[in-house]
Design a binder for this molecule. Structure first.
Ligand code: RB5
Length: 144
């Protein structure tokens, strides 16, 4: 088992989320899907909250998908300890793990094709945090 990933989407990200789940399972990850469970309209802040609460309590990484990835990243980054990264390319996916120790990846179904999204997921998952000077900066990300 490669580890456990907490995942969620709204209706705008539902189809891409299903593809990401299939890919994660192929890679050997256990996946906990916190919803939504159909393409019926729903509210991304509620799903983001459910996923980040689980990320914070479990220490596992999370993936959030909406139409653009932006609403999910705004919602997720409101929570202390969450470093959510909206990625639309593989370079930022790598850098946000290496330098920001990103613990939530946000994707947009309407902006990023499935093939690229799955590459982003794989690179984000396999890249290690570099620590050092970057840890000092992350330690500054508390309070207001
Ligand atoms: C839903 O239509 C859409 O607004 C949502 O998925 C997301 O893109 C918000 O940022």
């Amino acid at each position: 088992m490669a580890g456990k990933i907490i995942i969620g989407s709204d209706h705008g990200g539902y189809k891409l989320k299903k593809e990401v789940i299939k890919h994660l399972e192929r890679l050997g990850y256990e996946v906990l899907d916190k919803g939504c469970y159909s393409e019926e309209s729903c509210d991304y802040p509620i799903i983001a909250k459910d996923v980040v609460k689980e990320v914070i309590s479990s220490g596992n990484k999370g993936i959030l998908v909406c139409g653009t990835g932006i609403g999910m990243s705004i919602a997720a980054n409101r929570y202390e300890g969450i470093r959510a990264s909206h990625c639309t390319d593989t370079f930022t996916a790598r850098m946000t793990r290496a330098h920001n120790d990103s613990n939530v990846l946000c994707l947009g179904e309407r902006t990023t094709g499935v093939g690229l999204a799955l590459d982003i997921v794989e690179i984000w998952l396999k890249t290690e945090f570099e620590g050092g000077r970057h840890q000092k900066r992350i330690d500054m990300l508390t309070g207001n």
